[in-house]
Design a protein around this ligand. Structure first.
Ligand SMILES: [Zn+2]
Ligand SMILES: [Zn+2]
Length: 448
């Protein structure tokens, strides 16, 4: 018998079918291949040893950041932990960079001698549930990758030094914010040729869909009146909010299948006896391409203006209280190198198109990926049934599987970065793919 005081329980059948389909697609497709040779074997041999040597510190850093669990823009302890590990390895780290107090920067090598690859490290957590997105693993893998790559560059034959430069960027405030966009606007990626990071997940995927996301706050202005004695003298801002909410509901049928719009009504009036004078609707708008995100944004704004018109209310729309996130544009050539090196660690990352698009989230790495070539693969720390932003994922992010992922990820990120620095043909292919896809766009001006 159904308890009417409780919600109905969603069937898990679709999730199960989706997982089975994903497994089958992954089996048929196999991990992505690379036609390029990447860094010389001697470099990778040294890298393997360097990562092994750093294993305890990588895991220690992952666990320590997990225990700190600081929110966006407040990651002071986490940034200090990252800097401490870098300084301990004899690399001068800068805390506070590119407009953010909790950003970290370190670099090694000579920009004049070749290309520059940046490895990105996130370390912000979520309110209430801590590191339920596993950014501690991102930080540990990123720092580990940077230091292991530096070890290789330091100790390689001085007669034949490796070309180029590697940079570590500690990038705060991904959750609900857009820290990387702030850093980018302040020059963090000037002089960087490629950007690499990973994200822990329920599976290994070299590529998957990451939607772009914008936020919208709509304020409706009505006129208060006694709801019984003189309702005709009022203009009801709750009616406007309600019509907007319903308009979004009806819009959904005509949206792209992967697009998402979700809304809440944080302010809708106080008393039933007072015609609501002001209301607010807060909306997230998500889409798979910059162009379609722009189009969907305009349609949602039309709904807000239409709702105001229908109810005689005034309306003010405020887009992007934080800078918007663009969808991730992964560089397939680099993703293929990541795949090669992940396989060397016993992993089998899925190629693009295998992870179901209906599981897509958003990340501010998207904004980086429209400025320069980059990758944002996922690495498994749990089974596919464990979703992001849950207590179960937070527990997985401090498990032995997460420790292994941080170390494997450090290797694969560093190896991909060294491939990019050492292999001119690969770098040319990376650049060619990026240019063929339209090159860099003016991200800050895109939605103006
Ligand atoms: Zn998250
Ligand atoms: Zn995340």
């Amino acid at each position: 018998m159904r308890d009417p005081a409780q919600p109905t329980q969603p069937s898990t059948r679709y999730l199960e079918a989706m997982r089975a389909d994903t497994e089958e697609r992954a089996r048929l497709a196999g991990p992505p291949h690379s036609v390029h040779s990447g860094a010389p074997d001697a470099v990778l041999r040294r890298l393997r040893a360097a990562v092994e040597e750093r294993r305890p510190r990588i895991i220690e850093l992952s666990r320590a950041i997990h225990a700190s669990a600081e929110l966006a823009f407040e990651e002071y302890r986490s940034a200090a932990l990252v800097a401490e590990v870098l300084n301990g390895a004899g690399i001068g780290a800068r805390v506070g960079a590119y407009g953010l107090d909790t950003a970290v920067e370190a670099s090694w090598g000579d920009a004049e001698s070749g290309r520059t690859a940046a490895v990105l490290a996130e370390y912000d957590a979520l309110p209430g549930i801590g590191h339920a997105c596993g950014h501690n693993v991102i930080a540990a893998a990123g720092v580990g990758a940077f230091l292991a790559a530096v070890d290789v560059m330091r100790t390689i034959d001085p007669a034949r030094p490796l070309p180029g430069r590697i940079v570590l960027l500690g990038t705060p405030a991904e959750e609900g914010r857009t820290g990387k966009e702030i850093m980018a606007r302040n020059g963090a990626f000037d002089g960087v040729d490629a950007a690499l990071m990973l994200h822990p997940s329920g599976d290994d995927a070299a590529e998957q869909l990451w939607l772009g996301r914008r936020t919208l706050d709509v304020d409706f202005r009505g006129i208060a009146a006694h709801a019984s004695a003189q309702p005709f003298m009022g203009r009801n801002a709750l009616d406007a909010a309600s019509l907007m909410y319903q308009g979004i509901g009806l819009l959904r049928q005509q949206m792209l299948p992967v697009d998402r719009v979700h809304a809440s009504i944080p302010a809708g009036g106080d008393r039933p006896s007072i015609i609501t004078e002001s209301s607010r609707v807060s909306v997230y708008v998500r889409s798979a391409y910059p162009e379609t995100l722009k189009e969907l944004s305009a349609r949602v704004e039309d709904i807000a203006r239409g709702a105001a018109l229908m109810t005689g209310c005034g309306v003010e729309v405020a887009w992007d209280a934080n800078p918007p996130s663009l969808p991730v544009r992964a560089n397939r050539e680099l993703a293929a190198r990541w795949s090669v090196h992940s396989q060397a660690r016993g992993r089998s990352p899925m190629p693009a198109g295998v992870v179901s698009d209906s599981l897509a989230a958003s990340t501010d790495f998207g904004n980086v990926s429209w400025r320069l070539p980059g990758i944002h693969p996922t690495i498994a720390i749990a089974g596919p049934e464990v979703a992001w932003h849950t207590r179960e994922f937070a527990a997985a992010a401090e498990s032995p599987a997460a420790d292994d992922a941080a170390v494997d990820g450090a290797y694969a990120l560093a190896a991909t970065a060294l491939d990019y620095l050492c292999d001119d043909a690969l770098a040319a292919a990376v650049e060619q793919e990026f240019t063929a896809g339209g090159g860099a766009i003016d991200v800050p001006a895109y939605f103006d």
